[in-house]
Design a protein around this ligand. Structure first.
Ligand code: PMP
Length: 353
């Protein structure tokens, strides 16, 4: 081994869902939105002056920050934007989880959290969910270096009430608590309503799911100005120009079209209701879904086998070969047509098996 190899920062990376690109595939594996972005996005792209690409973008992303501040009724000094919520979360880990005490997050959750913790050498402890995949607030009472969990949680799709979040915040006033709301628009009330009350609460959201723009990579955090200032100080110590010119232009447009946003959300929630009925009819069970995906298991079929059989038909869902959840499949809610194809396949497969 060469001397330098001993000094390389070694990490076990996060494994993103596969991104196949086949014309006929049904892609229900990475929780993308099946509908296109708001129609104004097309107009902006069509008239985009490529000469703007010569110039660096606005490092403060002022236009996008302003659009988000207006949309959520907060100050411009309360919004931080980044390259997808992964970038925002990675910055938040680096900025706020800086203690010798372990940070806490659930044992079953977004599998990027332990990766960032390892990358930044942040000690962490995971807290087991209840059997129904709910979060036990008391687990987060002991002294810690910070708390993070998604709401709704991933990959379970379970939503926790604001009273649980308030409970966790009340017991953690000396550390930063991050609520990762990647899927909140498909669920219930957002913890944004608690930001004015708790100066240690950071709420992170994304354009990747409810705004149909996973390919553009836009995420944001909302919190009190001290938190946002600290995040910006770290960002400017890392990479000043995170948001590219096109992201800024079309991001603003997407935030402004509230009617389209509501319409596509309603469509996905209606398809989710129908999917619940179809899965139940086939004998699957699942925790009540509150995101744009459903986490299903079947008493008579191995999830790993179903995953393989579906994949052979170019129907992609997500399977996690991990303790506790290795009998489950995470299925993104697609269009009604995509879901019909999924259920047609499952019906014929299960008849044979
Ligand atoms: N948080 C959770 C819980 C997620 O499932 C995802 C999607 N992989 C993200 C954050 C990151 O999404 P993005 O970077 O596309 O905003």
């Amino acid at each position: 081994m060469k001397a330098w190899q001993d000094k390389v920062r070694r990490v076990t990376p996060y494994t993103p869902g596969e991104q196949p690109n086949k014309a006929s595939m049904i892609k229900l594996n990475t929780n993308e939105n099946p509908y296109p972005p708001a129609p104004g996005v097309r107009r902006i792209l069509d008239s985009f002056d490529e000469d703007r690409l010569r110039l660096y973008p606005d490092p403060a992303a002022t236009s996008l920050v302003a659009a988000l501040a207006d949309r959520y009724g907060v100050g411009r000094d309360q919004v931080f934007v980044g390259v997808g919520s992964d970038d925002v979360l990675a910055m938040a880990f680096l900025t706020f989880f800086n203690s010798d005490k372990p940070i806490f997050f659930p044992d079953i959750t977004y599998s990027f959290y332990p990766v960032w913790a390892d990358l930044y050498r942040i000690p962490y402890e995971t807290k087991a969910l209840r059997e129904d995949f709910s979060i036990r607030a008391e687990d987060y009472y002991p002294d810690n270096g910070g708390v993070i969990f998604p709401n709704p949680n991933a990959p379970t799709s379970r939503y926790e009430s604001l009273s649980l979040i308030r409970d966790v915040l009340d017991h953690n006033q000396d550390v930063v608590v991050i609520i990762d709301e990647a899927y909140i628009d498909f669920a219930g009330e957002s913890a944004l309503s608690l930001v004015a009350e708790y100066d240690n609460l950071l709420v992170v959201q994304t354009f990747s799911k409810s705004r149909s723009m996973a390919g553009m990579r836009i995420g944001y955090a909302i919190g009190q100005p001290d938190l946002i200032r600290a995040l910006n100080d770290v960002k400017y110590s890392f990479n000043s120009y995170t948001m590219n010119q096109t992201s800024l232009a079309i991001g603003v447009e997407a935030v402004r079209d509230e009617a389209y946003f509501r319409r596509t959300l309603d469509m996905i929630c209606a398809t989710r209701e129908a999917a619940k009925a179809s899965f139940t009819e086939l004998g699957f069970t699942f925790p009540e879904p509150s995101a744009n995906f459903i986490f299903v298991t079947h008493p008579d079929y191995e999830a790993a086998e179903l995953f393989k059989a579906l994949r052979e038909k170019d129907i992609y869902v997500r399977y996690f070969d991990k303790p506790v959840i290795n009998r489950y499949l995470r299925v993104t809610i697609g269009t009604d047509e995509q879901m019909a194809a999924l259920f047609a396949f499952l019906k014929s497969y299960m008849k044979k098996g």
